[in-house]
Design a protein around this ligand. Sequence first.
Ligand SMILES: [Zn+2]
Ligand SMILES: [Zn+2]
Length: 321
Amino acid sequence: MDREEPLFYDEHFRQKRKHDKWEIVTAPHSFAPIADTHAHLDMLPDPGLSLARAGVHEVAFVETIVNPAEDDRTTFDELDGWLRDGELYVRKMGSLCCGQAPYRCPKVRIGYGVHPHDAKDYTDELEAAMEMRGRSDGRISAIGEIGLDYHYDLSARDEQREAFRRQLSLAKRLGLPVLLHMRDAHDEGFAILEEEGFPEAGTLLHCYTLDSHELARWVEAGCYVAFGGALTFKRSEEVREAAKLVPLDRLLTETDAPYMTPEPLRGTVCGAEHVVFTVERLAEVRGFAGDSAERRAFYQQLYDNAIRLLDRPQVAAKEGE
Ligand SMILES: [Zn+2]
Ligand SMILES: [Zn+2]
């Protein structure tokens, strides 16, 4: 990721050319509202700018991830400010556009969970604080990202398993769905879910980058599966094959911004707005081409899936259990 990348305060997407020149890339058309079900807004250089750009491209919902083992404050304190900044930016951008209905920043809700990398820092106190926030801050709509990462092994595996189990039961106590991060650990991750039971509020397997063989059991277990930038990479043929097998009502899109920038913008910083490239590719993969009613319905379905899973009112938590 190029940290020196300049910020452009408009709605265009740009590709880097030689000699620090930036060339505008035609943006995909948005056929319906779009959701980014996994972004790290707190890692972006200007979250408000990304929200504004996303809004102009009709991204209407963003789930932003907060990892309380790393930073339990910034997003909770700053999110309203990011949205205010975004509304100011979006008004300026709107005037550059074709004068349809005014653009708005997406609605943002929060996925809240200790990443497996930080499982070593999972404590009783942290869990108690998370539970309190989960019951009191209505912006939290899921527990995650949680899971196992045996690729980097930044926490010991038994600590990862323990933090994963405990956050699964936290999610159940709060009546919230879980957002899973699984890397090189799908067997154990799946076994733990079977033992503990899949949360009734839903399970989302984030950043799917494997083949259709692995996918089968997750789909059978009723999971939602989210595809990000990897779906667009040239060598990701098997990921695209897998994307064909997810039932339409459990298929989702995401960015994992600032990582995983989709083609044709690989090598630049990813924002929530980049999800439009992934949606376009996913539509292609699922056989919805051109400007058809079926294609619009497909976009709408992806969006409805995200809202159904991640934007429901927080009932269970208010009632307590
Ligand atoms: Zn992840
Ligand atoms: Zn992530």
